[in-house]
Design a protein around this ligand. Structure first.
Ligand code: FAD
Length: 248
């Protein structure tokens, strides 16, 4: 159930030139209960006093089940953006108003399909970071496969790339494809792919009997991948979507 609380910034660093990782704790000291894949809303006011809010997926890697003390998000800066100004300028110790968790972009216990196709662009990869402990448990049974297709323009924009690569090495059923649309890595890796995430689907030959797909991030990517997956025969119920649109 959604709750309303104050968050205090305890740590931050830049993940890429225009993407900031922020770690918060609740000012009331309570942990946050959330299901990996859910998001929070940040509430604030425009300069004229009008209230507004923006959504951010929880990026925290907990154990996938228990409430977490540390609430992490990744914020991609948008030129002229109101929340960008607030979250880009927030200093350690600064407080914001938030509520949540919200959303149903989560792994579901009832899913029995053997392969998960996780597609993301930009900060749209953060829900999958939070899902890693649960994915590890799914993979441990040995009868599931997970493929993460992560689209970015260049290596510098593959957020948490090293973490996903380490997870892939530790979990043989997990494949991480960095899909680079503009510039290949200086030292390309075997699982790298050139082009947009939706273009890499052809290689994977999605199939209704095998796949559940999750799409998160840029609305254009989500729409293009949704259309492509339907053409491969996936029913809409097997395609879960989270579009990062501004909720102004
Ligand atoms: C469910 C959900 C989860 C989300 N999770 C995240 C997340 O984890 N991390 C994250 O960074 N964002 C996330 N977003 C997007 C986020 O809520 C804001 O929309 C985003 O941060 C821009 O807000 P802003 O106030 O800075 O810009 P705004 O003041 O809303 O917009 C400023 C200007 O930029 C344009 N604009 C807005 N967004 C974009 C964009 N992405 N690209 C180009 N132009 C744009 C607007 O049309 C406007 O002209 C999520 C959105 C949803 C719906």
């Amino acid at each position: 159930m959604a709750d309303h609380f104050q968050l205090r910034l305890v740590d931050s660093h830049m993940l890429a030139p225009t993407v900031r990782h922020l770690a918060f704790e609740r000012v009331d000291g309570q942990p946050l209960a959330f299901v990996p894949g859910q998001f929070l809303q940040v509430h604030f006011h425009y300069d004229d006093g009008t209230p507004t809010k923006r959504s951010y997926s929880v990026a925290t890697v907990g154990d996938g089940q228990s409430p977490v003390q540390r609430i992490e998000i990744a914020v991609s800066y948008v030129e002229g953006g109101a929340a960008t100004a607030l979250l880009g300028g927030l200093e350690v110790g600064g407080e914001i108003d938030a509520s949540g968790p919200y959303g149903r972009f989560c792994l579901q216990d009832a899913d029995v399909h053997p392969r998960y196709l996780l597609l993301a662009t930009g900060t749209g990869v953060t829900p999958y970071r939070a899902m890693l402990p649960k994915l590890a448990r799914l993979l441990a049974a040995g009868d599931r496969e997970v493929v993460l297709l992560y689209g970015a323009r260049s290596e510098q924009e593959l957020l948490y790339g090293a973490e996903f690569e380490a997870f892939a090495q530790a979990h043989p059923g997990f494949t991480f494809h960095g899909c680079l649309s503009r510039q290949p890595r200086t030292e390309p890796r075997p699982d790298d792919r050139a082009g947009h995430v939706q273009d890499v689907l052809a290689e994977l030959q999605p199939h209704a009997d095998r796949d559940i797909a999750y799409l998160c991030g840029n609305p254009n990517m989500v729409d293009a991948a949704f259309t492509a997956l339907k053409e491969y025969g996936l029913p809409v119920a097997q395609i879960r979507r989270e579009k990062y649109i501004s909720s102004r």
